[in-house]
Design a protein around this ligand. Structure first.
Ligand SMILES: [Zn+2]
Ligand SMILES: [Zn+2]
Length: 264
């Protein structure tokens, strides 16, 4: 059976300050999901838990109380709406969500590469493709050593231009150490975590960099990882990135329904 295009597991609402779009409401996400025949729609606003010290000025207002303004989520017969978050990871054990609050969310998206946030997520001494690639795999390894509720964890956008905005993102993907990357993907597979296919990263022209863009996903698949689709939409028009772009990426990776991450 083909990989189903019936879910969007990483979406922002007006409560993410980088959205701030009143049209990007939970109701708009639900209506879009119904129109597209989805069975699952996650709401994953940016989150930094007030219980964790060290929020940046940008993250400080994005606390649990703030993102919980979307609760309770509407109930729907067709679409399962799931309350999640996209938290932050700074390396080591520094996750933007305290373990005492894992239960507040039914899905936790962890970005390993928000490296545009210099001197917060990325020390600014990491300034070449080689160093960024090494930092990226180190962050994945650090995440894999956290005591997370793995079956409701997604590893966000492994390919994302934010990984090195002032450099060559494709070169970074090619430089990621294969043995270390395979080993950490095997851990994620064994833990039951999901690997995100973020369609906002597959813009026009991605085929010009196909082998670099798909390299990490191909290796993850070979190590047994399961995948989910995401628009990472901040505005209503971006919600269609999943149906518009997913078929081509799924075909290029040769994914079938056996490769799907299932959120229980
Ligand atoms: Zn992100
Ligand atoms: Zn996001």
């Amino acid at each position: 059976m083909p990989f189903p295009i019936d879910h969007d597991m990483h979406c922002h609402t007006v409560l993410s300050s980088c959205s701030s779009d009143p049209a990007q409401s939970v109701q708009a996400l639900l209506e879009h999901a119904k129109r597209r025949g989805y069975t699952l729609q996650c709401v994953t606003d940016h989150l930094w838990d007030s219980a964790v010290p060290g929020a940046s000025g940008w993250y400080a207002p994005q606390n649990i109380e703030h993102v919980s303004q979307n609760l309770p989520l509407p109930q729907d017969d067709q679409v399962r709406l799931v309350f999640g978050c996209e938290t932050e990871f700074l390396g080591g054990t520094r996750l933007g969500l305290d373990p005492s609050h894992y239960d507040a969310f039914d899905f936790i998206v962890i970005p390993p590469n928000h490296f545009h946030m210099k001197n917060f997520v990325r020390p600014d001494t990491y300034d070449t493709e080689e160093k960024i690639a090494a930092l990226f795999v180190q962050r994945l390894e650090d995440i894999s050593n956290l005591p997370l509720p793995w079956r409701k964890v997604g590893i966000a956008h492994m390919t994302c231009s934010l990984i090195f905005k002032e450099g060559d993102q494709y070169r970074v993907y090619e430089l990621v150490d294969e043995a270390r990357f395979r080993a950490v993907m095997r851990k994620f597979a064994d833990f039951g975590a999901g690997i995100e296919i973020n369609l906002s990263c597959f813009g026009p022209g991605w085929r010009d960099h196909e082998s670099a863009m798909l390299r990490l996903y191909r290796l993850a698949k070979e190590e047994g990882c399961k995948f989910y689709l995401a628009s990472d939409a901040h505005h209503p028009a971006e919600l269609d990135l999943v149906p518009q772009r997913a078929p081509e990426v799924i075909a290029a990776l040769g994914l079938t329904e056996d490769d799907q991450f299932i959120l229980t």
